[in-house]
Design a protein around this ligand. Structure first.
Ligand code: ADP
Length: 657
């Protein structure tokens, strides 16, 4: 049976203006078990013919019948299957992948066949070509002859029907040449069909049939007498349909793992390049993590401070005394009295109320001085401000009535005046007036730039009448019973004050202001949310830049590895295999960069919290987001280079310099 039959094959290369007719109607039949040498002067079309025979290229016209099946119009992927299962290639330049061992080189075709026990099978072949001892060496540690043996082992590993050899000894010395040719002859004796291109007569001597070409045509076809081929046709009948259908379905599962292995090799073998390209993603992801941690932390600490202010709170203050530096005169500013407080307290929906005056004053205890804020207030203060003393007690109603000289101090005051000593029942001087310390307020931390613990709280009456001589109340805090009533209560208070102070309709805006804590909270929350978004956006941009970096590297790597891609295709990788490998490579890099970035970002966030004392919170959400994002970056930016790689024509890729 003819293993190969070509009918009137033509191939023309169009380069620039001139079209080169490399093959001008070649017809040829090759029988199972033959050893054919194709000879002819340079440019006669030998290589073109071999590449067409080896399904590495397609003819312009004519028919190709392989094992009785017309395969002229099969798809690229089907041709890849046939190359993988029926053909083995040995090239003049060996085309071994430089960064993996001989054994790994030899097992490559098995990967694309989706077979298992790769190492064992590849080792058998390596032993067969006499290189068992060198199996774990890389190609650059081997001589030319040894490299070609590895290439032969690779060609044999899938147990092909036909071996194609393109000037297999072109780069070798005479000794190696003879060894390689004996190896090939041996294979032929075992039943493999061998088709070889050579321009050396002594090499061609090994063949049983010599086809000579000139100007794209066969000019002679000599079969040597006396060398009868074996009757191999019978027992080696090939079911083409079985091959074409079998590998469509089977053996896919194993391949993904192998792609990962290939991608891993590629990444590890270009360590520096891989690390540099991961760096972009790493920085991007670290930025996302750190910035989101800062944003979330800021949000949480603002939340905490807001809740320490008490909720459902309204603060009423007189209107501003000055507008653009000009006094608005008497009558525009409302002066609050205790009668106002009593009146507001009677409004429905008002739960608690406390008036207050603030002043700053010099505190003295023993030989220590401290300047702080003195707040005069009522007995509802602890409940409304979530400030029940942690030591001692707050002042009572009778103490307010009697203008008692008692003080409750904040933590900062405590530290500065008393240090570690017990302040309770000690006497401090505020503006030279002696006060007894009766309690210590709980710690609140700082709200922005203001230290909330730098305060001393005294009865409002004492503050007004003994300390500052103020006649009026500075502000009134109101706690509303239910958050739903906030607006209603605010309106009622407003109406009440307008009535009580007879504020003319055109002055109501300036006369007093009522601040709504809930509104302030909402505004602050919205602000921090915007801030987080902004930070996130900046981080996303850096991820994008990182992604473009990856794309760049992948594109460079496609170009750099064009010959590798060509080789992989020649030994049976389908477009999807190449694409898969490159995509997995990109995604693996971005994913690894992402994971490292998460760790690095967490470290930065941690350092910020330690050094600057800011609250940072690393949410699971941000970690997942960043990781997902880095995978997507790999997919998106790896896609184009992967497609470019997959599209390459095997023979052009192989010849790429
Ligand atoms: P040989 O192997 O006998 O030296 P080839 O088959 O390589 O000859 O080439 C046959 C002719 O086709 C030559 O004239 C060569 O210049 C031309 N040729 C081969 N490959 C290409 C190509 N990729 N593009 C353009 N012309 C080509």
């Amino acid at each position: 049976m003819d293993v190969i039959a070509l009918k009137n094959i033509k191939k023309t290369y169009a380069t620039g203006e001139a079209a080169v007719a490399a093959l001008q109607g070649v017809s040829l039949a090759i029988t199972q078990g033959e050893f054919v040498a194709i000879m002819g002067p340079s440019g006669s079309g030998k290589s073109t013919l071999l590449h067409l025979l080896g399904l590495l290229d397609r003819p312009d016209s004519g028919e190709y019948i392989l094992c009785g099946k017309n395969i002229t119009h099969l798809k690229d992927n089907q041709l890849a299957l046939l190359r993988n299962h029926l053909m083995g290639f040995v090239f003049q330049q060996f085309h071994l992948l430089p960064r993996i061992t001989s054994l790994e080189n030899a097992e490559l075709p098995l990967i694309y066949a989706g077979k298992r026990h790769l190492k064992e099978k590849a080792m058998e072949r390596i032993t067969e070509v006499g290189l068992a001892k060198r199996a774990l060496h890389r190609p650059n540690e081997l001589s030319g002859g040894e490299q070609q043996r590895v290439a032969i082992a690779r060609a044999l590993v899938n147990d092909p029907l036909i071996i194609f050899a393109d000037e297999p000894t072109g780069n070798l010395d005479t000794k190696s040449q003879n060894e390689i040719m004996e190896l090939i002859t041996e294979l032929n004796k075992k039943g493999k069909t061998v088709i070889m291109v050579t321009h050396e007569e002594e090499v061609a001597e090994y063949a049983h049939r010599i086809i000579r070409m000139r100007d794209g045509k066969i000019i002679s076809d000599d079969k040597k007498a006396g060398r009868t081929k074996k009757d191999a046709a019978g027992d080696e009948s090939i079911s083409m349909n079985a091959i074409l259908s079998e590998t469509q379905t089977g053996a896919k599962r194993a391949e993904l793992l192998d792609h990962f292995r290939q991608a891993f090799f590629a990444i590890v073998s270009h360590k520096m390049r891989s690390i540099l390209s991961m760096l972009g993603i790493l920085i991007g992801v670290a930025a996302v993590i750190a910035m989101l941690a800062l944003g979330t932390g800021a949000q949480a600490s603002i939340q905490k401070q807001l809740s320490s202010l008490g909720s459902n709170l309204l603060t009423i203050r007189p209107g501003s005394h000055r507008l653009h530096g000009v006094s608005l005169g008497v009558g525009t500013v409302t002066r609050f009295t205790f009668q106002d407080v009593d009146a507001i307290a009677k409004l429905p929906g008002v739960k608690l109320i406390t008036p207050s005056v603030t002043d700053s004053a010099q505190l003295v205890y023993g030989n220590k001085n401290w300047n702080t804020q003195v707040q005069g207030t009522g007995t509802n203060y602890p409940a409304m401000r979530d400030s029940v003393p942690v030591a001692g007690r707050f002042f009572r109603e009778d103490e307010v009535r009697s203008r008692a000289r008692v003080a409750v101090i904040g933590n900062t005051v405590l530290k500065n005046l008393f240090g570690e000593a017990n302040p309770l029942n000690q006497f401090i001087r505020i503006k030279r007036i002696s006060f007894k310390v009766i309690g210590v307020l709980p710690q609140k931390g700082s709200a922005g730039w203001r230290d909330q613990d730098d305060v001393v709280v005294i009865p409002i009456t004492t503050a007004m009448y003994r300390l500052s001589g103020k006649q009026y109340i500075d502000s009134i805090d109101v706690e509303v019973a239910d958050i739903a009533l906030m607006d209603e209560v605010q309106d009622n208070i407003s109406g009440l004050l307008i009535k009580r102070h007879r504020i003319p309709a055109n002055k109501t805006e300036d006369a007093f202001e009522i601040r709504n804590m809930t509104d302030i909270k909402k505004t602050l929350e919205a602000t921090t949310r915007t801030m987080s978004l902004l930070l996130g956006a900046i981080a996303a941009i850096s991820l994008l830049v990182g992604g473009i970096g990856i794309m760049n590297i992948m594109l460079v790597s496609v170009t750099e590895r064009t010959r590798e891609i060509g080789l992989r295709k020649a030994i049976g990788a389908r477009d999807s295999d190449i694409m898969g490998q490159f995509l997995i490579e990109a995604v693996t890099m971005t994913f690894a960069g992402g994971v490292a970035g998460v760790a690095f970002g967490a470290l930065i966030a941690f350092l910020i919290s330690v050094v600057a004392g800011w609250t940072v919170i690393i949410s699971l959400f941000s970690v997942l987001l960043a990781t997902m994002f880095s995978i997507c970056v790999g997919l998106i930016f790896g896609l184009w280079p992967a497609r470019q790689a997959a599209r390459l024509n095997p023979i052009e890729a192989l010849r790429y310099e």
